[in-house]
Design a protein around this ligand. Sequence first.
Ligand SMILES: O=c1[nH]c(=O)c2[nH]c(=O)[nH]c2[nH]1
Length: 296
Amino acid sequence: MGIVIGENQYGKAECRLVTVDRSSDRHRIKDLNVSTSLRGAFDQAHLSGDNSNVLPTDTQKNTVFALAKESPVNEIEDFGLRLGRHFVDSQEPVEGARVLIEEYGWERIPVGGAGHDHSFARAGEEKRTTAVTIDGSQAHVVSGLKDLVVLKSTGSEFWGYPKDKYTTLAETTDRILATAVTARWRYLHTDVDWAKSFEAIRSTMLEAFATTHSYALQQTLYEMGKAVLEKQPEVAEVRMSLPNKHNFLYDLERFGLDNDNEVYIAADRPYGLIEGTVTRDDVPPAPQAWYTLPEF
Ligand SMILES: O=c1[nH]c(=O)c2[nH]c(=O)[nH]c2[nH]1
């Protein structure tokens, strides 16, 4: 019987990179959170403390900033692919790299009806994300979004569920449906117009949320994923994590008032958490990389 070092990876987490494109007076900014991880011939670092193959995480951090200067960051997928390939191509012991990027949105501050040239306001909680995995000469991209908060004030029902002695929930044919969408979609290849694909997927998901008459958040999840797969041939599967942000009808009867679905109390926790994958049944299965991503 022996003891071995199993799967391992190491890197620098959460490099906060901000770039300003000053190529014209109308500046453009990128605000990113970049994490890198390397896999490869690192057994001896663990087994005997031999660091001869270990590109320091400090160097990985510096590389994030240096590559942002060498050429424009562009879309987060472009930058992730460039960074990941750099590590694999330039360091012999590095067999694979993973780059996770979150992008924070900024909007131009309106001044006199037009967006200001160099002043911005944070766009809100929503983040755009990507996870790029380089595995030798192969590249896999899983992109997504996080914390896209949506609500519909009708067009949502929930009834017909099993009841037992602990069930108190009343059936409803008209409720508020609200969630904060976290979604990840796996691309079949990397020959993609990333910005265009992201915008199309985001608006398709929003449109499906709005137009699906919902009998459960589970059904809405499926309809959102299905709509994306129907419109975007470059996407193999969509994973979603949807917290059910409950809004409960407030009991106004105690005050002699009726409440015709107008006054709710927004509950913070606990919340239902509805998660699922919508996938094509005729594409190659997800590579290992997909499954080892950090959970939502
Ligand atoms: O859309 C819903 N799905 C559920 O599974 C569920 N469970 C619950 O209590 N409310 C809801 N709503």
